[in-house]
Design a binder for this molecule. Sequence first.
Ligand SMILES: Nc1ncnc2c1ncn2[C@@H]1O[C@H](COP(=O)(O)OP(=O)(O)O)[C@@H](O)[C@H]1O
Ligand SMILES: [Mg+2]
Length: 277
Amino acid sequence: MQVWTVANQKGGVGKTTTSVTLAGIAAEQGKRVLLIDLDPQGSLTCYFGGDPDHVPISVFTLFQDKSVVCLESIMQLLLPTGFDNVTLLPASTALATLERLAVGKGGLGLVISHTVRQVRDEFDLVIIDSPPVLGVLLINALAACDRLIIPVQTEHLALKGLDRMLHTLRMLDQSQQRALRYVIVPTMFDRRTQASIVSLRKIRHQHGMDTWPSKIPIDTRLRDASLAGVPPNIYDAKSNGLVAYNSLYNWLLEDQKQETSSSWGKFHRPSSTQVAR
Ligand SMILES: Nc1ncnc2c1ncn2[C@@H]1O[C@H](COP(=O)(O)OP(=O)(O)O)[C@@H](O)[C@H]1O
Ligand SMILES: [Mg+2]
C-alpha cells in the first residue's frame, strides 16, 4: 500500500481537486483507494455529498480517542462514495478544535500514521487531502505519507506558499530524520496569461529537479465535475485537465517504481520525455 499526501500551506491551489482526480484514476485502474479528508473545511467530504457540519462520525473520532485506532473501529468510520473502489474517511468541522484538544495531550502527531498502518491490507492507495494551515492535522498528513504532492497554482504569489511549505518540510525532515519524497505540481496553468507563464518559469527555475515536468491546465470541466460530485475521470475522461492528471498519475507510478529499484536516499526521477507536455 502507498500513502500519498496532497498539501500546500495555501488554499485554493488545487489540493482537493488533485486528491479526488488521482483517486478516481487509480480506482478506475482497479486500485482500492481510501481518501482521507483532513481539512476541517471538509471540501473532499462535500465533494461526495457529505456534510462536514453534521457527519456523526468522522476522522475526528480517531483524535478524540486513540484507543479506537484499530482496524475494526476504523472500518466503521469509512463511508462509501458511490463510486467503485473509492472509500472516504470524512472530515467534520469539529476538526477545527483539534489544536485546542492537542494542548497537553501528547502523541497526536501520529494518529493518521497509525490509522493507515491498520488498513494496509484493505487498500492499495491512500490519498490524504490536507488543510492549508500548519498544525496537528498537516503534521499528521505529512508524517503518514510515503510521498508528498504539492500543487502550486501558476499565479503571481504562488512561490510564497511553496516556500512556506518547503520550510515546514525541512523542519519535519530534521525532526523525523528522514527526507520525505515530494513533487511540486504546477496547477491551473492558463497559457493565455503572462502571470501563468512567468510563474511556471519561476517554479521550474527555482525547483526544477523537484517539479513534475508537465502542468495541469486550467479546465472548467474539473470545476463542473466538482459541482456534480463526480470524480473528473468519470465526468469527462477526455477533458484537458483529466489528460494532464492521467499523465501525472502515470509519472508518479513510474517514479515510485524507480524509487523502489534505486538505492535508498537517491532521488531518481523519470525523464521529462516520458511525460506528455
Ligand atoms: N485545473 C483547474 N482548472 C480549473 N479550476 C480548477 C482547477 N483545479 C481546481 N479548480 C477549482 O478551483 C477551486 C479550488 O480548488 P481546490 O481543489 O478546492 O483547492 P484547495 O483544495 O487547494 O483549496 C475549486 O473550485 C476547483 O474546482
Ligand atoms: Mg481543499
